[in-house]
Design a protein around this ligand. Sequence first.
Ligand SMILES: Nc1ncnc2c1ncn2[C@@H]1O[C@H](COP(=O)(O)OP(=O)(O)O)[C@@H](O)[C@H]1O
Ligand SMILES: [Mg+2]
Length: 486
Amino acid sequence: MTGTLSPAPLASFGEFLRHLRRRAHLTQRELGAAVGYSEAHIARLESNQRMPDPAVVRAQFVEALHLQDEPETAAQLIRLAEAAREMRHAPKANLLRGGPPTNLRTQLTSFVGRAGEIAEVKKRLGETRLLTLTGPGGVGKTRLAVQAASEVLSAFPGGVWVVPLASAQEGAQVANAVAAAIGMPSESPVTVEALCDRLRDDRATLIVLDTCEHLISACATLAVRLAQMCPNVSVLATSREPLNVPGEVTWQVPPMRCEEAMQLFVERARAVRPEFALDKADEALLIQICQQLDGLPLAIELAAARLRVLSLEQIAARLDDRFSLLTGGNRLAPPKQQTLRTMMDWSYDLLSEVERVLLRRLSIFTADWTLELAEAVCAWEPEQDDARQPGSSVHLRREDVLDTLTHLVNKSLVIVDERGTQPRYSLSNTIRQYAHEKLIEAGEFDQVYRRYLEYLPFMTQRDEPRPAQKRPRKRKSPTRAPSQVA
Ligand SMILES: Nc1ncnc2c1ncn2[C@@H]1O[C@H](COP(=O)(O)OP(=O)(O)O)[C@@H](O)[C@H]1O
Ligand SMILES: [Mg+2]
């Protein structure tokens, strides 16, 4: 197990091989010549059309790809080759053992905690045929869905199929991705109708549509058709926002609890520093790190991987520049899931222009806020707009704030707390820091900050900035939220 290379649940041998070959500046023909395979053989390995032979990978590929000095990377490649072989036999093997067919793979990193969450998901899967796990990027939706799916396998004799959609670019690819996962012979493109015909009479089957947010309407259409036309099919979706269709039950994946986050950190830390142990003083520091990282498993894994070169103190000290610190993630994951910044960029890029405007302006609040405050501080009349960039056509009006804020809540970017007399909203540390950078980049900080100060007298105790707050110095690429500048 490694920290920087902890594999994505569904990353393949072929993808990793291609990555390593390109990194070594080899063509498929050159790599083939070095290992005694044809160019076509390498091409088929890279597209996962041919099974790798782990013994040959160990004996030939490690050297040909110049991995002699990178034992972790070499071990990872060999493990993936072994996993690919196992997988080929998995559906059959599972059938032979009397279990349902599935494309669930053995996970290469440990699963930590989440007993309560798994129980919640299982319970809901027993009650609905369309369940969507929502939550911000990196909170653990995919991992939880895959884990829960593996624990309910016996309830789905027709099969449990995970459909990874993160790399799909168009809605039209969703049905094809499902067809590929369930092993349906297909001429492309597959229609939703053909898919429903194929699944209509199957015994109870679970389809896990993983990562729906960028193809939300295609996923919504498919999920509804499956639910309507295939009485034995259940869909478990993961998405930053609900599919928003009739019959859907949504469940928000919470951040990890502090003890679980700490356990995850320690397990991933040991992968890069096997001797890593926590003493009492470290424990307090680690609690602080986990809280600062909002209990976000992705951020915690990336932070733990930094122990390779930094101490715990150094990691804690650098968290207010977390986007530079938390890079170097899983090379097997799609690029948008590899670092904290690319993960945030992915969410931000999926927003409409007006949602981006509101999100970045909301970063001015250091504590939580109400709808009225957001309207007062973040929106104004066009003639008052000295922040508008030349060429920008977007103006956020006061009457747009409610809808836009609702969208940001739906998209798991704004947290809402409805326990009091009126809802209060907030941003996680990571999202606030990211949005704050965007606010400065957009040249809007001064105007929003002026309005924020104007409304300070009307804020309740909870809205007020912390006493140590000072206005941030203007910097070219600032990375600190106002509350974090001492
Ligand atoms: N309970 C868990 N135990 C171990 N690792 C986890 C757990 N939850 C999430 N992770 C890891 O954290 C990272 C982000 O999780 P992921 O499920 O991909 O998040 P999301 O799908 O919400 O973006 C992944 O590397 C995943 O393996
Ligand atoms: Mg995911």
